[in-house]
Design a protein around this ligand. Structure first.
Ligand SMILES: [Fe+2]
Ligand SMILES: [Fe+2]
Length: 673
């Protein structure tokens, strides 16, 4: 059950020299982390476990606060949401939050907010200013609790101290401090990666190894608190989906989420972490399922009608319980509010937009039970849920449909159906508003799956993103699009529009396709391959074309940093998913799932990193002197692979490079007089 077992390509790792191939430069020891109240991990096993547990492991029954998590509200200069949890399956007796602009002490108790009794996750309802949410995992039966306080009317650019308590007779507390975003045109730093996963056994709170556990996940968080250039931690972090891969551990998803929560809390207690939904946030159903969930025609509603049940709305129950994100105000056709599925916020002169590409991609979700062995029975979880062989979650069009617009070779909201795609409508409205707003210079989109990727063992480029959203990114001149999904690094040249014609070739046909046939991949069109210069640093003018960055090197156990080359012409080559990956077979024969169906030459690929799969990105925003002058200086720091924990090579240590492997300036005025 992994996204990387899709096959469908016979390419081996060969690297074109026409692209800029980056590699590790200098390394040196990283400074120790600053103080944090979040507990250090503890090894509860005397030796490394042999692998992911196959039964449900009990969670603690204590209530001390942990997994501290900050996120921005809609206005980061004034709104911050403080979230936390407890170790296990017991609600905190009387949770509270205190906050103040001075440290919380006996003499300065701060403002005190008491939280209400917990209610089960119900996304049809609005959250109050303070909310306690419980979520019952339908696959393993464990109920966990999450606490959220939405702080509003804060002062911009101000440090606040906070302390949360479980309210027990002998209370347990935890706390830290954070800084609100600056007001108006101001410099700031943010960071990003996706595909974080969880550390392995001796760095995890639980002492367990989960399916994607890897020590790099630990060092990725360490790096955000101490970026390699020594210029300090960012104001906030963007986490581009595939947070912890809990959907691969169907018997222990709450435990996996807990280890994720405690790992990121080493940073997210001190600064907001803003996530995007990825395919590994989509979890299986909760009941004895007949048929194949996700394969019913007609989308999520039809799947539910067919007797399929999901672990929370669209499988996102754990995510939506844990994160209380800026409200987009959109209610889905089925009555669910879509708060947190996609959202926007602005810091300084940059508009940030988080999208859920699960809604528009051709490829499926990552909760798959596809076993190519004859007569494989259902996967039965500890609640008795039975997941039949051949099951693949599929959430495409869960906010409504798209239809072809032949003129633009694109997909647009399908109004004729009566249920047009709400996320795409919201996206266009948000982009249009941003470009009308004189306070916005640059637009940064972050999401999980990729419009452009040349990874060979990874998933590939998804035509669905190119058809639905690239026309909007072009029209409204989005500056940067960050993704994860591929566990590697890739940067494109600025692209605008598309190369009309059939630039793809079918190599692994899905039903209805013919091997060797030409296929229209709506290949993005390169604007330029020559950078400008900005104060001596290579620079790309993102007013001329959008730059796409694949930043999926957070720390999973499955790096995918080998990249495709067309051996016929030595040019970069990408896998492209142009139709849904077919799941073929029967229970009697076993099932298999097709990988990406097509390939294309990929002149848009500007840089790859075959040396290191892992890394993090630092972005320094400078608003310049006048409107329109904003620049973003981008540094990519590779992180050496620490270990693949399943083997005996575990060491749990590494040194983090102090020199970036790539550095560029992005801006809309660079290169212009
Ligand atoms: Fe991933
Ligand atoms: Fe992914």
């Amino acid at each position: 059950m992994s996204e990387s077992n899709t096959g469908g390509s016979d390419g081996k790792a060969t690297f074109t020299r026409r692209r800029f191939i980056i590699g590790t430069v200098g390394v040196s020891a990283v400074a120790a982390l600053g103080g944090t109240v979040v507990r250090a991990p503890r090894a509860v096993a005397s030796g490394p476990p042999s692998g992911p547990p196959t039964t449900t492991l009990p969670l603690p029954t204590t209530t001390e606060p942990e997994q501290l998590l900050l996120t921005w509200g809609s206005d980061p200069a004034r709104e911050v949401t403080v979230s936390w949890s407890a170790p296990g399956t017991v609600a905190q007796p009387a949770p509270t939050l205190a906050f103040s602009t001075r440290p919380i002490t006996a003499h300065n108790p701060g403002w005190l907010i008491k939280l209400p009794d917990p209610k089960p996750l119900d996304v049809t309802q609005r959250y109050g200013e303070a909310a306690s949410v419980s979520f019952a995992d339908g696959l393993n039966g464990q109920t966990t609790y999450f606490y959220h306080v939405q702080l509003t009317a804060l002062e911009p650019g101000t440090r606040y101290y906070y302390q949360v308590s479980d309210g027990a007779a002998a209370p347990s507390t935890a706390g830290a401090s954070f800084e609100t975003a600056p007001h108006g045109r101001a410099k700031f730093r943010f960071s990003s990666y996706g595909d974080l996963a969880t550390p392995s056994w001796d760095l995890n709170t639980s002492g367990n190894i989960w399916h994607e556990s890897c020590d790099n996940s630990w060092f990725a968080v360490t790096a955000i608190e101490n970026p390699g250039d020594g210029k300090g931690a960012p104001l906030f972090h963007l986490l581009n989906g595939d947070l912890c891969y809990a959907n691969l551990d169907v018997d222990n998803a709450p435990g996996v989420w807990r280890d994720f929560g405690n790992n990121v809390a080493r940073s997210s207690a001190h600064r907001p972490w803003m996530p995007a939904l990825g395919n590994h946030e989509c979890e299986f159903g909760v009941d004895t399922m007949s048929g194949h969930p996700g394969s019913a025609a007609g989308g999520v509603a039809a799947q539910a009608a067919a007797g399929n049940y999901w672990n929370g709305p669209y499988g996102f129950g754990h995510y939506l319980s844990r994160f209380l994100l800026p409200d987009n105000g959109v209610t889905n056709w089925d009555g669910n509010r879509l708060r947190g599925n996609f959202y926007t916020f602005q810091v300084g002169t940059v508009k940030f937009i988080s999208l859920d590409a699960d809604d528009i991609i051709y490829q499926d979700g990552a909760a798959n039970y596809v076993i190519n062995t004859a007569n494989t029975g259902p996967e039965t979880t500890t609640t008795g849920a039975e997941i039949p062989n051949g099951t693949t979650t599929y959430a495409r069009f869960y906010t409504g449909g798209l239809q072809l617009d032949a003129k633009e070779d694109s997909l647009v909201p399908d109004y004729a159906s009566g249920q047009p795609n709400l996320q795409t409508i919201w996206l266009e409205g948000t982009l249009a508003q941003a470009r009308r707003d004189p306070s916005v210079d640059m637009i940064v989109v972050f999401m999980h799956q990729c419009a452009m990727s040349t990874s060979v063992p990874g998933n590939g480029s998804d035509l669905g993103i190119r058809q639905a959203w690239l026309p909007l990114f072009d029209k409204y001149e989005v500056d940067l699009v960050l993704s994860g999904h591929e566990h590697d690094y890739e940067r494109t040249y600025p692209v605008r529009g598309y190369d009309a014609g059939d630039f793809g070739t079918v190599v692994a046909p899905n039903p209805g396709q013919v091997k060797g046939a030409a296929v229209d991949t709506r290949r993005p069109s390169v604007v330029t391959t020559e950078p400008q210069a900005f104060n001596g640093t290579p620079a790309w003018n993102t007013g001329e074309g959008t730059v796409y960055l694949v930043l999926g090197g957070g720390g999973t156990n499955g790096p995918t940093n080998t990249y495709g080359t067309d051996t016929a012409d030595d040019k970069p080559q990408a896998k492209v998913i142009t139709t849904r990956n077919a799941v073929v077979g029967t229970e009697a024969t076993g099932f298999s799932k097709n990988g990406a169906d097509s390939v294309e030459d990929a002149p848009w690929s500007a840089a790859i990193n075959p040396t290191d799969a892992y890394g993090y990105s630092i972005f320094d925003v400078d608003p310049g002197q006048r409107p329109g002058e904003t620049t973003i200086t981008f540094q990519y720091f590779a992180i050496p692979a620490v270990t693949n924990e399943a083997g005996s090579a575990h060491d749990g240590t590494t040194t983090l490079p102090t020199q970036p492997t790539e550095k560029f300036v992005f801006g809309r005025r660079v290169g212009r007089p």
